[in-house]
Design a protein around this ligand. Structure first.
Ligand SMILES: [Zn+2]
Length: 104
């Protein structure tokens, strides 16, 4: 039987990232599994993670996330992260969510 990948918060971010929960601020920490980073979090969303845990991930709606990402890039056009990095983060989250779904 395959076990789900639990997430834990790490204050160590390898690159500059956008928070995937609100998609409005730069991330300051990241939720990760043992082998990869899954959800970059800003300070506010990290505080919510400490209170609500996995429930905050339910706030992530694909359509809204894409829309807000475009707004975020319009506001910070020349800053990291690039759209490519944000896109990779979304893919990693999607893959993780699919794995968890299969298990539950
Ligand atoms: Zn956030």
């Amino acid at each position: 039987m395959e076990f789900p990948d639990p997430l834990y918060e790490s204050p160590y971010l390898q690159t500059r990232r956008m928070c995937l929960v609100c998609a409005q601020k730069h991330a300051e920490s990241v939720l990760r599994t043992t082998d990869r980073e899954i959800v970059p979090l800003c300070k506010d969303c990290a505080a919510d993670w400490n209170i609500y845990g996995y429930l905050i991930l339910k706030r992530i709606k694909p359509g809204r996330l894409i829309w807000r990402t475009l707004v975020f890039k319009t506001l910070h056009p020349f800053q990291q992260p690039s759209l490519r990095i944000i896109w990779q983060d979304m893919k990693a989250l999607q893959a993780w969510a699919a794995k968890m779904k299969k298990w539950t």
